[in-house]
Design a protein around this ligand. Sequence first.
Ligand code: F6P
Length: 325
Amino acid sequence: MSTIKNIAVFTSGGDAPGMNAAIRAVVRTGLYYNLNVFGIGRGYDGLVHDDLFAMDAKSVANIIQRGGTILKTARSEEFRTVEGRRRAFENLQKRGIDGLVAIGGDGTFTGASKFIEEYNIPIIGLPGTIDNDLAGTDFTIGYDTAINTVIEAVDKIRDTAESHDRVFVVEVMGRDSGLIALRSGISVGAECVLIPEIKVDYQAMMDRLDRTRKNKASRVIIVAEGDDAGGAFVVAERIKERFPHYDLRVSILGHIQRGGSPTCMDRVLASRLGVAAVEALMEGRKGEMAGLIHGQVAFTPFEKAIKHIGAVNDNLLRIVDILSS
Ligand code: F6P
């Protein structure tokens, strides 16, 4: 028998498509179990500044298909302080909130761990980030939409690159993770993919560009924002030094990757995990992220979820190599 009566949900860190579907699932599941559900505006910042409001079934109507987050999001400096967290706890106490659902990435879960350590408040996390850089889930909410946005954009770039016999260096998001670059790179038939997890082998890259020239009019190199080369412009300069005759262009895809209507995969993932998060709070779980592992809901402690070790699948890089010729 659950003792939870009042829960609150918030989104934190960088937004991701599917966050709204997750909010909707949390609110509707809470109401289904006769809980009072609150929303918190602007993540931890709203918690510190008492931006809490009651939510009902209507407040989440017509949002499953919308990108962004209706609750808004922020990266809060104040919540990093002892005083900030004290104020946040007092705001929860005022309303008798006895469970939280935190939707975000590693920064969100680091904050949640600290909050639990100090105030023992039950928190369940949902993986909301386009980067897919969390352990304990095959995919994060937003990743599928983001990589589909990338492939739509790069397919268009390929059309013009092919018409002009050009080489394009395309930068995608992923400050600490190459998973957007890797999967979208395979999908667009990229000739090279550069990611933060692997040191750039310029020699191999130049050799491949030279070799593939025989079979291809255009070449596309996908560079993750956080790659160790220093970004797309640096990579382009190095290529230009080696092959001054190449007609070379750089394209930075930027924040279009964070917006847009979530794909079916992201909507279903967010819906399943939203239901699981509320039920987990009712079962007395806390300090864990709900994810999907091999298609089944699984819970991973925050400390483990944020240590995304061994995320890069070498086999995917091998596939880029084999198929780029
Ligand atoms: O964490 C998601 C992410 O999209 C990263 O890939 C990227 O580096 C970062 O957010 C950029 O965030 P912002 O522009 O909001 O600071």
